[in-house]
Design a protein around this ligand. Structure first.
Ligand SMILES: Nc1ncnc2c1ncn2[C@@H]1O[C@H](COP(=O)(O)OP(=O)(O)OP(=O)(O)O)[C@@H](O)[C@H]1O
Ligand SMILES: [Mg+2]
Length: 237
């Protein structure tokens, strides 16, 4: 069935030239993700986690191999269609939040909807709904420099989900947060996963995140060395 997997990678290889040698950041990565999974790519620094997420999200291209997202073979799409796929269906959350400092919370979350040309009244309603999800509706007029790290990341989550994407890719989303804020955003993402059915793929080496994952994919030197389903153990008590 065409729709059985929401994401599939086939023999993904990523090489970076390094003088006369080359660095192989991904070595034939074959992974399949089902809709609604809550999974994470785990591995030490330099193991290829960000490279893999960026290729899945078509922010980067593989040296060889193939990525199929929502039934579309990404490397065969024109740059325009690949951008459309990303804008409509994939939300990104980054370690450093990446909010636009001159814009308000509302405007930061609204941004993906402007790109999709959503009409103003619907934009307002969807932005406020996304801010409700992360518990920050009362901060819509604040600017990023008036927010704590945890609040900033919650705004970034709202921005990632406001278009109701099928997939959210979260690259070390808790790396700059303390434990309490990390658990808060993890609980929020679990709720979004369960109630909206959004597929999540994390990259992380944070034990707190790992405890929440339903599937743990281990990368070592660019190769998948383990791929296990797990019962999430949740918050440390
Ligand atoms: N643009 C680039 N040019 C050359 N080498 C790169 C580039 N981007 C990444 N690499 C190399 O590819 C390898 C994988 O990098 P990647 O950023 O995917 O690792 P990571 O697992 O995300 O690490 P971290 O946990 O530190 O974020 C590393 O050895 C890195 O130095
Ligand atoms: Mg990384």
């Amino acid at each position: 069935m065409a729709d059985e997997y929401i994401i599939e990678t086939f023999d993904l290889i990523k090489r970076y030239p390094m003088g006369r040698q080359e660095l192989v950041a991904l070595k034939k990565v074959n992974l399949k993700f089902r809709r609604g999974e809550f999974s994470g790519v785990i591995g030490p620094s330099g193991s290829g986690k960000t490279t893999l997420l960026n290729i899945i999200g078509s922010l980067d291209t593989p040296s060889s191999g193939s990525v199929v997202v929502l039934g579309e073979k990404v490397e065969t799409l024109t740059p325009y269609r690949s951008a459309q796929l990303r804008r409509r269906h994939i939300g990104f959350i980054f370690q450093t939040f990446n909010l636009l400092p001159v814009y308000t919370v509302f405007e930061n979350v609204e941004f993906p909807l402007l790109i999709l040309k959503v009409p103003p009244a619907e934009r307002r309603q969807r932005v406020m709904a996304a801010l409700e999800w992360v518990g920050l509706a009362d901060r819509e007029k604040s600017r990023p420099n008036q927010l704590s790290g945890g609040e900033s990341q919650r705004v970034a989550i709202a921005r990632a989900i406001v278009k109701q994407p099928a997939i959210v890719l979260a690259d070390e989303p808790t790396a700059n947060l303390d434990a309490e804020n990390s658990y808060h955003i993890l609980d929020t993402m679990v709720k979004i996963n369960q109630e909206l059915g959004t597929t999540f793929i994390f990259s992380t080496h944070d034990e707190k995140v790992i405890r929440y994952l339903r599937r743990k994919i281990k990368l070592l030197d660019g190769a998948v060395v383990a791929d296990k389903h797990a019962q999430p153990s949740g918050r440390e008590t």
